[in-house]
Ligand binder design. Structure first.
Ligand SMILES: Nc1nc2c(ncn2[C@@H]2O[C@H](COP(=O)(O)OP(=O)(O)OP(=O)(O)O)[C@@H](O)[C@H]2O)c(=O)[nH]1
Length: 575
């Protein structure tokens, strides 16, 4: 099925084949190498969690700034350090050298914090400004020389942050630049963990570690040994030289390494997407088939059973229209005769297939547009960003040049999430700072995609409830603004629907269709405890194409929508 999609992608626009990129790229930005991301969706969620506003303070760079750290230690500022803090002056050469490293080397995970967040913090910047002396070398963190990166500069202290926020607010990251991007959490490892006193702990290399290991790793002794070498340490060295008595542990403990018995690894069986779909729809199907079986036990088909069946089908969200189709067909075939539950589920699957077949269409790309613009809309959490990542993976995997636009300017995590997807899928990305005008960003992204001759531009939008009039008006504005650059744009307005939502999804489609001109659907989370019946009701009512279904959080968990598969899964019938 993925094949048919790819075939579509490739056959599409045959009269205007995809041209090779001209040698000279438009001067969008500097070009850097792309590194493959190793993020799993779980890691993505972890990053999201990390970026929750409530946790923001954890990332403030105060304790990681070496200069600040020294100030904090000494209490009186850097000038007083050597005199007032002899202990600090007596630190090892490695530590001192480390403390002099530019902050880049030390602020690690700050790379995850967009400037916008830091700007929000800048209101409390009295502290930050007072602790960031001008002599400290600039952090680099993947920024090209002298170039401002709008919303994604890491912390730089008051002035520089200010400057960054007033300069270009939109960031364009080409595929080549992802590797050096400050957002990459891979770069985010702290090279020196701050200690309690705010001073970075020394970083040990492998040799140092092996030297220090016997001393440092002795939790059973309960305390760190003193400095055994150098200086006048006769008292402590005498103690250290004496043989240590073996600790007497309470019952139930033992010393030494626990033997780990090698376990034969059980072969991991990955479910096929259809199995996941079946699993996701299991609640719907087992409830439905159980009730149908109970209804048709040793009963001839009469008006009463037909009415009961109709009620069951409506309760399963299939909608009145489909329920009537099933009961009418059943009545015409078996009225007055014995009917089994299997007869009914078979007819039900056939009728549902008939409703869904006309909407099971491939996502048509008109590549003559350069770019074909896909606007992705939907209620919060329905899977827009994840679906965009999955689509980008398919398209760029097929050789198309994809650009993503982080139009969800409401959530910092959404911007970062999309950047990770861009990196993973080797797509370009246009983003702006938190709270930026989404329509402006969409316009800018469209211009950039034209400049770079992208084949497809996929624009993410903030999730919004369909009853939030002002947010729906913003969506209308995005559509309007895109139309200024191309009257046919956006060429596809894709709505994501969460399969765990019931009847409300019908209303969501109704309103998003009216406001944003939705012309295609993707149902996500069909691997969860889905209530997929609603897609049948939506298809019967709106007849909008359903392009794909989401059957997991992974990059490959997006399958072309197949009417028969879906209908069989709802009816609980295997392949
Ligand atoms: N199980 C499963 N989870 C999914 C699927 N699609 C998305 N998700 C998860 O649903 C959650 C929300 O997905 P997002 O892509 O962030 O949704 P969104 O619509 O962009 O969210 P907002 O930006 O808040 O509107 C994430 O945890 C995703 O991993 C799917 O097909 N199956």
């Amino acid at each position: 099925m993925a094949l048919s999609f790819l075939k579509k992608v490739f056959t599409f626009g045959k009269d205007k084949p995809i041209e090779a990129e001209p040698a000279a790229e438009p001067p969008v930005d500097e070009v850097l190498d792309l590194a493959e991301s190793a993020f799993t969706p779980e890691e993505t969620r972890a990053i999201e969690a990390e970026l929750e506003p409530g946790l923001r303070e954890d990332h403030l760079p105060l304790a990681t700034d070496p200069v600040l750290a020294q100030e904090m230690d000494a209490g009186d500022g850097p000038a007083a350090d050597s005199a007032a803090a002899p202990e600090l002056a007596a630190e090892t050469a490695e530590e001192q050298e480390h403390a002099l490293l530019p902050p880049t080397e030390q602020i690690g995970d700050l790379g995850l914090i967009p400037l916008s967040l830091l700007e929000a913090e800048a209101e409390d910047s009295a502290v930050e400004e007072s602790v960031t002396p001008p002599s400290v070398p600039e952090p680099v963190l993947g920024l090209a020389e002298g170039k401002s990166r709008g919303g994604h500069l890491p912390h730089k202290g008051g002035d520089q942050a200010e400057q960054a926020s007033t300069s270009a607010s939109t960031e364009v990251l080409t595929t080549e630049e992802h590797a050096a991007s400050p957002i990459s959490p891979l770069v985010g490892e702290m090279s020196a963990e701050p200690t309690e006193g705010g001073r970075p702990a020394a970083t040990l290399d492998a040799d140092q570690l092996s030297e220090s290991a016997p001393q440092a790793i002795s939790p059973l002794e309960g305390e760190m040994p003193g400095r055994a070498e150098g200086g006048d340490s006769s008292a402590s060295t005498t103690d250290a030289a004496e043989p240590q008595a073996a600790p007497i542990l309470p019952k139930g403990f033992a010393t030494g390494r626990a033997a780990v018995e090698a376990q034969p690894e059980a072969p991991k069986q990955k479910l096929t997407w259809f199995q996941r779909l079946r699993q996701g729809l299991a609640r719907t199907s087992s409830q439905l088939t159980g009730q149908i079986a109970a209804l048709f036990t040793k009963r001839k088909l009469d008006d009463e059973t037909l009415q009961d069946l109709e009620d069951l089908l409506i309760q399963a969200d299939l909608g009145v229209e489909t329920a009537l189709r099933v009961t009418d067909t059943l009545a015409s075939e078996r009225y007055g005769k014995d009917v089994t539950g299997e007869d009914v589920t078979r007819i039900m699957a056939a009728e549902i297939t008939k409703v869904l077949a006309p909407v099971a269409k491939p996502l048509q790309l008109d590549l003559s547009h350069k770019p074909h613009v896909i606007l992705v809309v939907g209620v919060n959490g329905t899977g827009k960003t994840t679906t965009i990542g999955k689509l980008a993976a398919k398209l760029s995997g097929a050789g198309l040049k994809v650009m993503l636009a982080a139009g969800d300017t409401f959530r910092a995590a959404a911007i970062e999430q999309l950047k990770i997807w861009a990196e993973r899928t080797k797509s370009d990305i246009v983003s702006s700072k938190l709270g930026a005008d989404a329509a402006g960003l969409a316009y800018e992204a469209f211009e950039q995609a034209k400049l770079k001759k992208s084949d497809v531009l996929i624009i993410d939008t903030a999730g919004r409830l369909q009853n939030r009039t002002e947010l729906m008006a913003e969506l209308e504005k995005i559509v309007r603004v895109l139309g200024k650059l191309d009257p046919d744009a956006p060429h596809t307005v894709l709505q994501t629907l969460d399969a765990t939502t019931g009847q409300n999804a019908l209303n969501q489609v109704e309103i998003f269709r009216n406001v944003a001109g939705v012309n295609g659907l993707i149902m996500t989370k069909l691997d969860g405890t889905a209530r997929g019946g609603i897609l049948v009701a939506i298809s019967a009512k709106h007849k909008l194409p359903v392009y794909f279904i989401g059957v997991g959080e992974g990059v490959d968990d997006l399958e072309p929508f197949e009417a028969g598969d879906f209908a069989h899964a709802i009816a609980g019938i295997g392949h």
